[in-house]
Design a binder for this molecule. Structure first.
Ligand code: CP3
Length: 353
């Protein structure tokens, strides 16, 4: 059966551009809010295989999306390593204790990841049973650096003071933390493969706060370690690896050097320019400003969506292959579901021409 996502990623032009949306399951959907209330808390929702499966499938029941992404969070990995996690309304994730020194790093427990995160692997199996065979399931993890950011700050941050303190005055300990996280993530992603995911994505949501050299040293180096390990593990299987650094548009050549199958783009770069920079056969995923779905009118939504397809095609010799339509970041809570429906159908129709 045809799989439009894989066709695009492997540069087979099957006639239209596939689309899925980062954070396509979530609070902008009333049916999500209902199951979230039933579960009691966000983490209990993630850990309840039946409800998390339902939430994963919700956006696919409403929209003609070309992929599903398992419903979980990047922060379940540090939680499994022993950091108690809470999701606080209007604030987001908060760790009870943050990592403050090398001793805290040493105490982190990266053993038995496959046991502690078993609920994720059960979720994958459950989703695969219910998804149509032509809809691939995407598994994911945060990048080591992005997870380290949350563990060092204890929560989302505005100035990244603690992260920068470790980068600029405690880099040996930071490296220990990143190594430990990389090991845990490699185990975690291999287990996701065993459980049946069809593709994997690394979210490097905070890599963009670094300088070019610090990005290489503290983020991309460890992403490379993970991509290499997973490539070897999935040798001979077509299992695409997607790497997304938010704020990473200036470093596309370096990201391309580690040869992921797909590079995710935020909305700050013209996708045609990105296509010209990335000369090897790496697919591009992105890069609509998610706010258009929340506060844009139909005319601007249509215009911006057309521009992505047109600019990509122009830079790619008139061919849409190698393009996966997505947002430049996760969907915003104020998104109107009608706008998503319009966008998904519009991308399918418009890219056919
Ligand atoms: O894409 C999907 O549909 C799958 C689900 C998914 C969630 N988080 C669910 C979620 C994915 C892929 C993530 C990844 C994630 N989580 C990232 C990387 C992508 C990015 O946004 O940069 C990050 C940085 C996190 C950490 C995180 N989790 C934050 C900062 C927050 C709070 C902000 C917010 O939007 O509320 C969360 C909570 C979270 N993760 C929610 C959802 C649906 C909302 C929680 C709720 O229902 O109350």
């Amino acid at each position: 059966m045809r799989n439009p996502l894989f066709d695009a990623i492997y540069f087979n032009n099957n006639g239209y551009t596939p689309i899925w949306l980062m954070r396509q399951a979530g609070r902008y959907l009333p049916e999500y809010r209902q199951l979230r209330a039933k579960a009691g808390s966000f983490l209990s929702l993630c850990k309840n295989v039946e409800l998390a499966t339902a939430v994963t499938l919700q956006p696919l029941q409403r929209f003609s999306l070309d992929a599903a992404i398992m419903f979980s969070d990047i922060l379940v990995v540090p939680e499994a390593m022993g950091l108690e996690l809470d999701f606080i309304a209007n604030e987001g994730p908060v760790f009870k204790q943050r990592i403050t020194n090398l001793n805290d790093v040493v105490k982190l427990d990266n053993s038995q990841i496959e046991v502690k995160l078993d609920y994720v692997f059960q979720l994958i199996k459950s989703c695969k049973q219910q998804l149509k065979p032509n809809i691939p399931l995407i598994g994911f993890s945060g990048s080591p650096f992005t997870l380290a950011c949350y563990m060092l700050e204890g929560r989302s941050s505005k100035d990244y003071l603690e992260v920068k303190r470790w980068v600029y005055s405690n880099s040996m300990a930071l490296e220990q933390l990143l190594l430990k996280l990389s090991d845990a993530i490699i185990t975690y992603l291999k287990k996701q493969v065993d459980a049946g995911v069809d593709a994997l994505m690394l979210f490097d949501s905070w890599g963009g706060v670094l300088t070019p050299s610090a990005y290489q040293e503290y983020s991309l180096k460890y992403i490379n370690k993970i991509v290499s390990a997973l490539k070897q593990y999935t040798l001979g299987k077509n299992l695409p690896l997607i790497v997304f650094t938010k704020g990473g548009s200036n470093w596309l050549q370096q990201i391309a050097q580690i040869q992921p199958d797909v590079i995710g783009l935020d909305w700050t770069i013209d996708i045609g320019v990105a296509r010209k920079i990335i000369t090897n056969k790496i697919a591009l995923q992105g890069n609509l400003d998610p706010m258009i779905l929340a506060v844009g009118d139909r005319a601007s939504l249509k215009r911006e969506a057309m521009q992505i397809i047109d600019n990509y095609k122009l830079a790619n010799n008139g061919d849409i292959s190698g393009l996966v339509f997505n947002l430049g970041h996760g969907i915003n809570i104020n998104t109107k579901p009608d706008n998503v429906a319009y966008l998904v159908d519009f991308i399918h129709e418009y890219s056919k021409q």
